[in-house]
Design a protein. Structure first.
Length: 296
């Protein structure tokens, strides 16, 4: 028995997740359990104290149509197996598609695994894996086709040489793990800027457009009371090398800035200090977009 969750509790969670999937995806072409015996064993195990530990993993297939107009015909299938200890361990998921070459599939599956490792610990996560595949799988086809189709290669090129600065507003940022994610992800994606925790929470990131988009897609998946991009700046860079990117930056690294309001409850930030900091960086105009007032 694991300290956190008993095997029976894990089994119960698996069953309820399977029920949820079958109610969301009632058609076989979307969701099909490939090993009914394992499910029967699992149910028996949950309902009956003396039942043996199930001998095989629950296995099923989810089919996904990615969200992309040109790929409306494209199907991706996710072959899923739930280890007995799931959700305390990750599900085993393999994405397949006749549209992708072997190397594309390896790339896609390894990115999915990374996503699960970073985002899913101890919670049922088959649906979030499916969402991830739905949102991202089509990009792996484009990567493959970019040679043959002119439009795709142009699109990827222009994206590579755009510089973006995102100004993100959150109702509040207190959670230590989220603050760590923000800093770690920015570092991993070579983004600079700052994060002001507290209430409200302000995050600014700048760098390659594709990296900013990836950062935003990760951050908004975390649970927030409210989070949105308040303002975004995009600059298309001619030639777009590393040097051009560096020229555009207003911040050198990404750091957490705490403008403590003296005497306040410690979590309300001193907005006057934020205003002066932005002014110093040549971004004073942003203050008004966030707070709707002239700074002082």
């Amino acid at each position: 028995e694991t300290a956190g969750m008993t095997n029976r509790e894990a089994a119960e969670i698996q069953i309820s997740e399977l029920d949820l999937l079958s109610s969301m995806f009632p058609y076989e072409e979307e969701f099909v359990v490939t090993d009914q015996l394992a499910v029967a064993e699992l149910k028996q195990y949950v309902e009956n104290e003396s039942a043996d530990t199930p001998s095989s993993k629950v296995q099923f297939t989810l089919n996904v149509k990615p969200e992309v107009s040109s790929a409306s015909m494209v199907e991706f299938s996710m072959a899923c197996a739930l280890p007995f200890k799931y959700p305390t361990v990750l599900p085993e998921i393999t994405v397949r598609s006749s549209l992708l070459s072997r190397s594309q599939l390896i790339h896609l599956n390894s990115d999915l695994k990374t996503y699960l490792m970073q985002n899913c610990s101890g919670e049922p996560c088959v649906l979030s894996a499916r969402e991830w595949v739905k949102d991202h799988a089509a990009a792996y086809i484009d990567k493959e086709l970019s040679g043959s189709s002119v439009t795709a290669s142009n699109a990827t090129q222009s994206e590579d040489i755009a510089f973006t600065r995102l100004w993100i507003y959150s109702h509040h940022i207190y959670n230590k793990q989220k603050r760590k994610n923000i800093i770690d992800w920015a570092k991993e994606l070579s983004l600079s800027g700052f994060c002001m925790p507290g209430k409200p929470g302000v995050v600014c990131v700048e760098g390659l457009q594709s990296n900013c988009e990836e950062f935003w897609s990760r951050v908004r998946r975390l649970t927030w009371k409210r989070i949105l991009i308040r303002h975004r700046e995009d600059v298309s860079l001619e030639g777009g090398g590393h040097v051009e990117i560096e020229k555009q930056r207003k911040f050198s690294t990404l750091e957490e800035k705490c403008f403590d309001a003296h005497g306040a409850r410690g979590n309300h930030m001193d907005l006057g200090q934020l205003y002066r900091f932005l002014e110093e960086k040549g971004c004073a105009g942003i203050f008004q977009m966030y707070f709707g007032v002239e700074g002082h």
